[in-house]
Design a protein around this ligand. Structure first.
Ligand code: TMP
Length: 396
Protein backbone atom coordinates (compact mmCIF):
# COMPACT_ATOMS: atom_id res chain seq x y z
CA UNK A 1 0.00 0.00 0.00
CA UNK A 2 1.33 3.43 -1.02
CA UNK A 3 0.89 5.82 1.94
CA UNK A 4 1.40 9.52 1.27
CA UNK A 5 3.82 11.29 3.63
CA UNK A 6 4.98 14.43 1.84
CA UNK A 7 3.18 17.26 0.04
CA UNK A 8 5.39 19.66 -1.94
CA UNK A 9 2.50 21.66 -3.35
CA UNK A 10 1.88 22.47 -7.00
CA UNK A 11 4.96 22.21 -9.19
CA UNK A 12 5.85 22.76 -12.85
CA UNK A 13 7.74 20.14 -14.90
CA UNK A 14 11.23 20.51 -13.44
CA UNK A 15 13.39 20.51 -16.55
CA UNK A 16 11.05 22.74 -18.57
CA UNK A 17 12.96 26.02 -18.89
CA UNK A 18 10.84 28.54 -20.81
CA UNK A 19 12.33 31.21 -23.08
CA UNK A 20 9.60 33.68 -22.14
CA UNK A 21 8.22 33.68 -18.63
CA UNK A 22 4.54 32.93 -18.19
CA UNK A 23 2.52 32.21 -15.10
CA UNK A 24 1.56 28.53 -15.19
CA UNK A 25 -1.96 27.37 -14.48
CA UNK A 26 -3.28 24.44 -12.47
CA UNK A 27 -6.47 24.41 -14.57
CA UNK A 28 -4.56 23.99 -17.83
CA UNK A 29 -2.55 21.15 -16.31
CA UNK A 30 0.71 23.13 -16.39
CA UNK A 31 1.22 22.58 -12.67
CA UNK A 32 0.78 19.25 -10.92
CA UNK A 33 0.55 18.24 -7.28
CA UNK A 34 3.85 16.84 -6.05
CA UNK A 35 3.05 14.27 -3.37
CA UNK A 36 5.34 11.48 -2.22
CA UNK A 37 4.32 8.10 -0.82
CA UNK A 38 5.87 5.07 0.89
CA UNK A 39 4.93 1.55 -0.11
CA UNK A 40 4.68 -0.29 3.20
CA UNK A 41 5.16 -3.66 1.47
CA UNK A 42 8.05 -3.05 -0.94
CA UNK A 43 9.52 -0.03 1.02
CA UNK A 44 9.67 1.86 -2.26
CA UNK A 45 9.33 5.67 -2.10
CA UNK A 46 7.56 7.13 -5.13
CA UNK A 47 5.62 10.10 -6.43
CA UNK A 48 1.85 9.81 -6.08
CA UNK A 49 1.10 11.39 -9.46
CA UNK A 50 3.33 10.22 -12.28
CA UNK A 51 3.84 12.31 -15.40
CA UNK A 52 3.96 10.35 -18.73
CA UNK A 53 7.54 9.81 -20.06
CA UNK A 54 6.84 11.54 -23.32
CA UNK A 55 6.00 14.79 -21.53
CA UNK A 56 9.35 14.76 -19.72
CA UNK A 57 11.95 13.26 -22.03
CA UNK A 58 11.88 14.60 -25.54
CA UNK A 59 14.11 16.15 -28.18
CA UNK A 60 14.62 19.28 -26.06
CA UNK A 61 15.82 17.68 -22.84
CA UNK A 62 18.35 20.15 -21.38
CA UNK A 63 20.23 18.11 -18.77
CA UNK A 64 23.84 17.28 -19.73
CA UNK A 65 25.84 14.83 -17.58
CA UNK A 66 29.13 16.21 -18.82
CA UNK A 67 28.59 19.64 -17.23
CA UNK A 68 30.29 18.59 -13.99
CA UNK A 69 33.89 17.56 -13.41
CA UNK A 70 32.71 15.56 -10.38
CA UNK A 71 30.57 13.33 -12.61
CA UNK A 72 33.21 13.02 -15.33
CA UNK A 73 35.75 11.87 -12.72
CA UNK A 74 33.32 9.50 -11.06
CA UNK A 75 32.42 7.94 -14.45
CA UNK A 76 36.06 7.57 -15.42
CA UNK A 77 36.92 5.79 -12.17
CA UNK A 78 33.99 3.41 -12.55
CA UNK A 79 34.81 2.60 -16.17
CA UNK A 80 38.34 1.54 -15.17
CA UNK A 81 36.89 -0.70 -12.47
CA UNK A 82 34.33 -2.27 -14.81
CA UNK A 83 36.97 -3.07 -17.44
CA UNK A 84 39.33 -4.54 -14.85
CA UNK A 85 36.79 -6.53 -12.83
CA UNK A 86 34.16 -7.64 -15.31
CA UNK A 87 35.96 -7.43 -18.69
CA UNK A 88 32.72 -6.98 -20.67
CA UNK A 89 32.68 -8.07 -24.32
CA UNK A 90 29.44 -6.17 -24.75
CA UNK A 91 28.36 -3.27 -22.57
CA UNK A 92 24.99 -1.51 -22.48
CA UNK A 93 24.18 1.85 -20.93
CA UNK A 94 20.57 2.77 -20.24
CA UNK A 95 20.23 6.57 -20.26
CA UNK A 96 23.55 7.41 -21.88
CA UNK A 97 22.77 11.16 -21.95
CA UNK A 98 25.56 13.00 -23.82
CA UNK A 99 28.04 10.12 -23.49
CA UNK A 100 29.83 11.40 -20.38
CA UNK A 101 30.27 7.80 -19.17
CA UNK A 102 30.37 5.84 -22.42
CA UNK A 103 33.24 7.94 -23.79
CA UNK A 104 35.51 5.83 -21.56
CA UNK A 105 34.78 2.69 -23.60
CA UNK A 106 35.79 1.63 -27.08
CA UNK A 107 33.02 2.09 -29.65
CA UNK A 108 32.78 -1.51 -30.87
CA UNK A 109 31.93 -2.85 -27.39
CA UNK A 110 29.09 -0.54 -26.51
CA UNK A 111 25.35 -0.07 -27.02
CA UNK A 112 23.72 3.17 -25.82
CA UNK A 113 20.06 3.77 -25.05
CA UNK A 114 18.88 7.37 -24.75
CA UNK A 115 15.27 8.45 -25.45
CA UNK A 116 16.05 12.18 -25.74
CA UNK A 117 16.99 12.46 -29.39
CA UNK A 118 19.00 15.68 -28.93
CA UNK A 119 21.31 13.74 -26.58
CA UNK A 120 21.27 10.46 -28.54
CA UNK A 121 22.50 12.48 -31.51
CA UNK A 122 25.67 13.37 -29.61
CA UNK A 123 26.73 9.75 -28.96
CA UNK A 124 25.67 8.73 -32.48
CA UNK A 125 27.86 11.49 -33.89
CA UNK A 126 30.79 10.21 -31.86
CA UNK A 127 30.29 6.77 -33.42
CA UNK A 128 28.59 4.91 -30.56
CA UNK A 129 25.74 2.56 -31.50
CA UNK A 130 22.77 4.42 -29.98
CA UNK A 131 19.06 3.67 -29.79
CA UNK A 132 17.02 6.83 -29.26
CA UNK A 133 14.26 4.87 -27.55
CA UNK A 134 12.77 4.42 -24.08
CA UNK A 135 14.03 1.41 -22.21
CA UNK A 136 11.33 -1.30 -22.32
CA UNK A 137 10.73 -4.93 -23.27
CA UNK A 138 10.29 -4.16 -26.97
CA UNK A 139 13.65 -2.49 -27.15
CA UNK A 140 15.36 -5.21 -25.10
CA UNK A 141 14.02 -7.85 -27.52
CA UNK A 142 15.28 -5.82 -30.46
CA UNK A 143 18.74 -5.44 -28.94
CA UNK A 144 18.86 -9.13 -28.03
CA UNK A 145 18.07 -10.08 -31.64
CA UNK A 146 20.91 -7.92 -32.92
CA UNK A 147 23.59 -8.33 -30.24
CA UNK A 148 22.53 -11.38 -28.22
CA UNK A 149 23.31 -11.20 -24.49
CA UNK A 150 24.98 -8.27 -22.75
CA UNK A 151 27.77 -8.76 -20.15
CA UNK A 152 27.44 -5.54 -18.19
CA UNK A 153 24.51 -3.15 -18.04
CA UNK A 154 24.98 0.24 -16.41
CA UNK A 155 22.42 2.88 -15.62
CA UNK A 156 23.10 6.04 -13.69
CA UNK A 157 20.32 8.35 -12.50
CA UNK A 158 17.91 6.86 -14.99
CA UNK A 159 15.91 3.91 -13.63
CA UNK A 160 14.35 6.16 -10.97
CA UNK A 161 12.90 8.14 -13.90
CA UNK A 162 11.01 5.18 -15.43
CA UNK A 163 7.49 4.55 -14.21
CA UNK A 164 7.23 0.87 -15.13
CA UNK A 165 9.92 -0.59 -12.88
CA UNK A 166 8.67 -4.13 -13.44
CA UNK A 167 9.15 -3.64 -17.18
CA UNK A 168 12.62 -2.22 -16.52
CA UNK A 169 13.90 -5.23 -14.60
CA UNK A 170 12.08 -7.78 -16.77
CA UNK A 171 13.83 -6.29 -19.84
CA UNK A 172 17.19 -6.25 -18.08
CA UNK A 173 16.76 -9.84 -16.97
CA UNK A 174 15.95 -10.86 -20.56
CA UNK A 175 19.10 -9.41 -22.05
CA UNK A 176 21.68 -9.88 -19.28
CA UNK A 177 24.14 -12.74 -19.70
CA UNK A 178 23.77 -15.51 -17.08
CA UNK A 179 27.11 -14.41 -15.62
CA UNK A 180 26.41 -10.77 -16.35
CA UNK A 181 26.34 -7.81 -13.99
CA UNK A 182 23.88 -4.96 -13.68
CA UNK A 183 25.16 -1.76 -12.08
CA UNK A 184 22.75 1.00 -11.17
CA UNK A 185 23.36 4.19 -9.27
CA UNK A 186 20.88 6.68 -7.98
CA UNK A 187 20.38 9.10 -5.09
CA UNK A 188 20.03 7.26 -1.80
CA UNK A 189 16.82 7.80 0.14
CA UNK A 190 18.72 7.37 3.41
CA UNK A 191 20.97 10.31 2.46
CA UNK A 192 17.98 12.31 1.25
CA UNK A 193 16.20 11.92 4.58
CA UNK A 194 19.39 12.57 6.61
CA UNK A 195 20.16 15.71 4.60
CA UNK A 196 16.57 16.97 4.48
CA UNK A 197 17.02 17.22 0.72
CA UNK A 198 13.36 17.10 -0.21
CA UNK A 199 14.37 18.64 -3.55
CA UNK A 200 15.39 15.16 -4.71
CA UNK A 201 11.67 14.97 -5.49
CA UNK A 202 10.46 16.38 -8.77
CA UNK A 203 8.40 14.95 -11.58
CA UNK A 204 11.34 13.08 -13.16
CA UNK A 205 12.41 11.39 -9.94
CA UNK A 206 9.44 9.06 -9.80
CA UNK A 207 11.34 6.93 -7.29
CA UNK A 208 14.06 7.61 -4.76
CA UNK A 209 15.54 4.21 -3.99
CA UNK A 210 16.69 2.68 -0.75
CA UNK A 211 18.64 -0.59 -0.76
CA UNK A 212 15.65 -2.13 1.02
CA UNK A 213 13.37 -1.25 -1.90
CA UNK A 214 15.84 -2.33 -4.61
CA UNK A 215 16.31 -5.70 -2.93
CA UNK A 216 12.53 -6.25 -2.84
CA UNK A 217 11.87 -5.16 -6.42
CA UNK A 218 14.59 -7.14 -8.16
CA UNK A 219 13.95 -10.46 -6.45
CA UNK A 220 10.86 -11.05 -8.64
CA UNK A 221 13.19 -11.12 -11.64
CA UNK A 222 15.61 -13.59 -10.18
CA UNK A 223 18.16 -10.84 -9.55
CA UNK A 224 20.03 -10.13 -6.32
CA UNK A 225 22.38 -7.51 -4.87
CA UNK A 226 25.99 -8.58 -4.39
CA UNK A 227 27.70 -5.27 -3.58
CA UNK A 228 26.75 -1.71 -2.70
CA UNK A 229 29.03 1.33 -2.81
CA UNK A 230 28.28 4.66 -1.22
CA UNK A 231 29.00 7.68 -3.43
CA UNK A 232 29.10 11.40 -2.80
CA UNK A 233 27.57 12.22 -6.18
CA UNK A 234 24.11 13.78 -6.51
CA UNK A 235 23.94 14.53 -2.82
CA UNK A 236 24.73 10.98 -1.72
CA UNK A 237 24.06 8.05 -3.99
CA UNK A 238 24.25 4.28 -3.84
CA UNK A 239 25.79 2.17 -6.55
CA UNK A 240 24.13 -1.25 -6.60
CA UNK A 241 25.87 -4.27 -8.12
CA UNK A 242 23.34 -6.90 -9.14
CA UNK A 243 23.67 -10.43 -10.53
CA UNK A 244 21.42 -13.29 -11.51
CA UNK A 245 20.51 -15.39 -8.48
CA UNK A 246 21.65 -18.61 -10.15
CA UNK A 247 25.13 -17.22 -10.67
CA UNK A 248 27.04 -18.63 -7.72
CA UNK A 249 30.45 -17.52 -9.05
CA UNK A 250 30.03 -14.08 -7.56
CA UNK A 251 30.03 -13.84 -3.76
CA UNK A 252 27.70 -11.46 -1.93
CA UNK A 253 29.73 -8.83 -0.09
CA UNK A 254 29.12 -7.58 3.45
CA UNK A 255 28.39 -4.13 2.02
CA UNK A 256 24.89 -5.37 1.15
CA UNK A 257 23.89 -6.43 4.64
CA UNK A 258 25.66 -3.37 6.09
CA UNK A 259 23.60 -0.95 4.00
CA UNK A 260 20.35 -2.82 4.67
CA UNK A 261 21.06 -2.78 8.42
CA UNK A 262 21.86 0.94 8.35
CA UNK A 263 18.56 1.65 6.65
CA UNK A 264 16.57 -0.52 9.05
CA UNK A 265 18.32 1.05 12.02
CA UNK A 266 17.39 4.51 10.75
CA UNK A 267 13.78 3.37 10.45
CA UNK A 268 13.36 3.29 6.69
CA UNK A 269 10.99 0.35 7.01
CA UNK A 270 8.75 2.32 9.33
CA UNK A 271 6.16 4.87 8.18
CA UNK A 272 6.74 7.01 11.30
CA UNK A 273 10.23 7.94 10.00
CA UNK A 274 8.65 9.29 6.81
CA UNK A 275 6.10 11.40 8.70
CA UNK A 276 8.92 12.90 10.77
CA UNK A 277 10.82 13.73 7.56
CA UNK A 278 7.74 15.51 6.28
CA UNK A 279 7.58 17.65 9.46
CA UNK A 280 11.26 18.53 9.02
CA UNK A 281 10.64 19.59 5.41
CA UNK A 282 8.00 22.11 6.59
CA UNK A 283 10.51 23.51 9.11
CA UNK A 284 13.19 23.71 6.42
CA UNK A 285 10.86 25.77 4.19
CA UNK A 286 10.10 28.27 6.99
CA UNK A 287 13.73 28.60 7.92
CA UNK A 288 14.99 29.12 4.33
CA UNK A 289 12.37 31.81 3.68
CA UNK A 290 13.37 33.54 6.95
CA UNK A 291 17.07 33.60 6.00
CA UNK A 292 16.45 34.88 2.46
CA UNK A 293 13.95 37.57 3.46
CA UNK A 294 16.27 38.82 6.22
CA UNK A 295 19.10 39.26 3.67
CA UNK A 296 16.74 41.19 1.39
CA UNK A 297 15.50 43.34 4.27
CA UNK A 298 19.12 44.23 4.98
CA UNK A 299 19.31 45.51 1.40
CA UNK A 300 21.48 42.82 -0.12
CA UNK A 301 20.88 41.09 -3.42
CA UNK A 302 20.85 37.33 -3.81
CA UNK A 303 21.54 35.29 -6.93
CA UNK A 304 21.28 31.54 -7.56
CA UNK A 305 24.05 29.17 -8.68
CA UNK A 306 23.17 25.99 -10.60
CA UNK A 307 19.72 26.07 -12.21
CA UNK A 308 19.00 22.51 -11.14
CA UNK A 309 15.75 20.61 -11.31
CA UNK A 310 16.14 20.35 -7.54
CA UNK A 311 16.17 24.15 -7.22
CA UNK A 312 12.91 24.19 -9.16
CA UNK A 313 11.28 22.10 -6.40
CA UNK A 314 12.64 24.44 -3.70
CA UNK A 315 11.61 27.68 -5.46
CA UNK A 316 8.09 26.46 -6.13
CA UNK A 317 7.58 24.83 -2.74
CA UNK A 318 8.90 27.87 -0.85
CA UNK A 319 7.38 30.33 -3.34
CA UNK A 320 10.64 32.14 -4.02
CA UNK A 321 10.66 34.39 -7.09
CA UNK A 322 12.61 37.33 -8.50
CA UNK A 323 11.67 39.51 -5.50
CA UNK A 324 14.16 37.36 -3.61
CA UNK A 325 16.58 35.88 -6.16
CA UNK A 326 17.65 38.23 -8.98
CA UNK A 327 18.80 35.51 -11.39
CA UNK A 328 20.54 32.13 -11.56
CA UNK A 329 23.83 31.35 -13.30
CA UNK A 330 24.44 28.01 -15.01
CA UNK A 331 26.85 26.54 -17.57
CA UNK A 332 24.31 24.35 -19.43
CA UNK A 333 23.72 25.72 -22.97
CA UNK A 334 20.04 24.68 -23.07
CA UNK A 335 19.20 26.43 -19.79
CA UNK A 336 20.89 29.77 -20.46
CA UNK A 337 18.67 32.82 -21.10
CA UNK A 338 15.59 30.87 -20.07
CA UNK A 339 13.54 31.03 -16.86
CA UNK A 340 13.57 28.79 -13.82
CA UNK A 341 10.57 26.42 -14.14
CA UNK A 342 7.44 28.10 -12.80
CA UNK A 343 9.29 31.19 -11.58
CA UNK A 344 10.11 34.59 -12.99
CA UNK A 345 13.85 34.15 -12.39
CA UNK A 346 16.13 34.29 -15.40
CA UNK A 347 19.12 32.00 -15.95
CA UNK A 348 22.23 33.83 -17.12
CA UNK A 349 25.40 32.29 -18.50
CA UNK A 350 27.94 31.58 -15.79
CA UNK A 351 30.41 34.44 -15.55
CA UNK A 352 32.94 34.85 -12.73
CA UNK A 353 32.98 38.65 -12.98
CA UNK A 354 29.20 38.82 -12.72
CA UNK A 355 28.94 36.74 -9.57
CA UNK A 356 31.79 38.66 -7.94
CA UNK A 357 29.47 41.68 -7.84
CA UNK A 358 27.16 39.86 -5.41
CA UNK A 359 27.51 39.01 -1.75
CA UNK A 360 24.96 36.21 -1.43
CA UNK A 361 24.46 33.17 -3.61
CA UNK A 362 21.78 30.54 -3.11
CA UNK A 363 23.39 27.22 -3.99
CA UNK A 364 20.95 25.46 -6.32
CA UNK A 365 23.56 22.81 -7.16
CA UNK A 366 24.35 22.02 -3.50
CA UNK A 367 25.27 18.50 -4.61
CA UNK A 368 28.32 20.01 -6.35
CA UNK A 369 29.29 22.14 -3.35
CA UNK A 370 32.91 20.95 -3.22
CA UNK A 371 33.47 21.51 -6.95
CA UNK A 372 31.77 24.92 -6.88
CA UNK A 373 33.53 26.11 -3.70
CA UNK A 374 36.87 25.24 -5.29
CA UNK A 375 35.94 27.17 -8.41
CA UNK A 376 34.65 30.16 -6.43
CA UNK A 377 37.39 30.42 -3.82
CA UNK A 378 38.02 34.01 -4.89
CA UNK A 379 34.36 34.94 -4.24
CA UNK A 380 34.50 33.29 -0.81
CA UNK A 381 37.88 34.85 0.00
CA UNK A 382 36.46 38.30 -0.70
CA UNK A 383 33.66 37.68 1.81
CA UNK A 384 31.01 36.30 -0.56
CA UNK A 385 28.56 33.90 1.09
CA UNK A 386 26.66 30.86 -0.11
CA UNK A 387 23.23 29.96 1.23
CA UNK A 388 21.99 26.39 1.28
CA UNK A 389 19.04 24.46 2.67
CA UNK A 390 21.04 21.22 3.00
CA UNK A 391 21.23 19.66 5.57
CA UNK A 392 19.59 22.67 7.24
CA UNK A 393 18.95 26.17 5.85
CA UNK A 394 21.93 28.34 6.66
CA UNK A 395 24.47 30.86 5.38
CA UNK A 396 27.71 29.00 4.85
P1 TMP B 1 22.12 18.47 -11.23
O1 TMP B 1 22.28 18.76 -9.78
O2 TMP B 1 20.70 18.14 -11.61
O3 TMP B 1 23.12 17.47 -11.72
O4 TMP B 1 22.42 19.83 -12.05
C1 TMP B 1 23.59 20.56 -11.87
C2 TMP B 1 23.42 21.89 -12.58
O5 TMP B 1 24.41 22.79 -12.11
C3 TMP B 1 23.60 21.82 -14.09
O6 TMP B 1 22.63 22.64 -14.69
C4 TMP B 1 24.99 22.39 -14.33
C5 TMP B 1 25.12 23.36 -13.19
N1 TMP B 1 26.50 23.61 -12.78
C6 TMP B 1 27.05 24.86 -13.04
O7 TMP B 1 26.41 25.73 -13.61
N2 TMP B 1 28.35 25.09 -12.65
C7 TMP B 1 29.10 24.14 -12.00
O8 TMP B 1 30.24 24.40 -11.67
C8 TMP B 1 28.49 22.86 -11.73
C9 TMP B 1 29.28 21.80 -11.03
C10 TMP B 1 27.20 22.64 -12.13
Amino acid sequence: MNKKFLDLGYQPLANRYLKIFKKLSIKKGELYKLGVGFNTKTKLVSLIKKIPDKKMFDKNYPYRSSMSKTMINSFKKLSIKIKRKFKPKLFLEIGSNDGAFIQNFSKDKVVCVEPCSNLAKITKRKGYYTYDNYWNLNLAEKIKKKFNYVDVIYSSNTLTHINDLNGVFKSISLILNKNGVLIIEDPSFLECIKKGSYDQFYNEHIYVFSALAVKNIIKKYNLELFDIETLKTHGGSLRYYIKKKDNKNIKIKNSVINQLSKEIQFGLNNFRTYKKFSENVKKSKKSLIKILTKIKKDNHNIIGYGATAKASTVLNYCNIDNNIIDFFVDTTPDKINKFMPGKNIKILPYNKKLIDKYEYIYLGAWNFKDEIFKKENEFIRKGGKFITHVPKPKIL
